[in-house]
Ligand binder design. Structure first.
Ligand code: ZN
Length: 245
């Protein structure tokens, strides 16, 4: 079965439900160029989740989605990635849960308030997603900290400053890890220091792929969709729908 057949099957008869807003939204740790932030790890060393992940351009932004190869299933995005630059080839990533200790701000820089308490949100749980190079840097940092006995116990509770350089190639997750100290997690409400639900957001999902394929940017104006239908005109930075039928 080819990736195309797989997607046709995954789509079934339910072609209407391709609303992009139906994709699960999660908060990902990210940095601007030259920025650094403090995080506290909530995932134990070596117990991160490892998955193959595609980045898919929808409108102006990239959305990450787990590659179906994680289930040893054919993956339509792997096929599309061969010809459409809106879909990046799958890369193995690591996922950790961290407490991002930077108070949340909205786009205008104003504090985001907790809906229940009305107080500013001082920290937030996020997924820290590391591509292979950043993961290797974290590993070598941890090895050095352990060798020097600066980090002796669990990674859970370890506070790090993560920085992103101004280098063009530096990942949004940051790739420079500086150990600060061990935080006292008992100071936080228990629910705030639990790991996030990985399954909900990272399990390979035919439904999520269906939504992404229906919303991804078309490769070029003349391009024909890999599903047999005509691709609609794609303009960089705008939403272009591929018509499957
Ligand atoms: Zn794939």
């Amino acid at each position: 079965m080819t990736g195309t057949d797989f997607l046709r099957n995954a789509r079934g008869n339910d072609v209407g439900d391709t609303n992009y807003d139906k994709l699960p939204f999660y908060m990902k740790f990210s940095l601007n160029k030259g920025e650094d932030k403090d995080v506290i790890f909530l995932t134990e060393e070596g117990e991160h989740v490892g998955i193959p992940q595609h980045s898919v351009k929808v409108g102006k932004y990239f959305k990450d989605v787990t590659c179906m190869s994680a289930l040893e299933a054919p993956c339509p995005l792997c096929q599309i990635a061969e010809s459409n630059p809106a879909v990046k080839r799958a890369a193995g990533v690591r996922v950790y849960t961290v407490l991002d200790m930077t108070p949340r701000k909205d786009k205008e820089g104003k504090p985001v308030l907790d809906k229940e308490t009305g107080k500013p949100i001082m920290y937030s749980r996020r997924f820290l997603i590391l591509k292979p190079r950043a993961a290797a840097k974290l590993d070598s940092k941890l090895a050095r900290l352990r060798e020097k006995k600066k980090l002796t116990g669990s990674l859970v509770g370890a506070k790090f400053t993560i920085a992103r350089s101004t280098d063009e190639m530096a990942p949004r997750s940051g790739d420079d890890f500086d150990f600060v100290d061990m935080a006292d997690l008992s100071q936080f409400p228990a629910d705030d220091v639990e790991e996030l639900d990985y399954g909900r957001y990272f399990e390979p999902s035919a439904a999520a792929l269906k939504i992404l394929c229906a919303n991804l940017n078309a490769p070029t104006q003349e391009a024909v969709s890999p599903f047999g239908g005509e691709g609609t005109e794609g303009v960089e930075g705008t939403e272009a729908q591929i018509d499957f039928d």
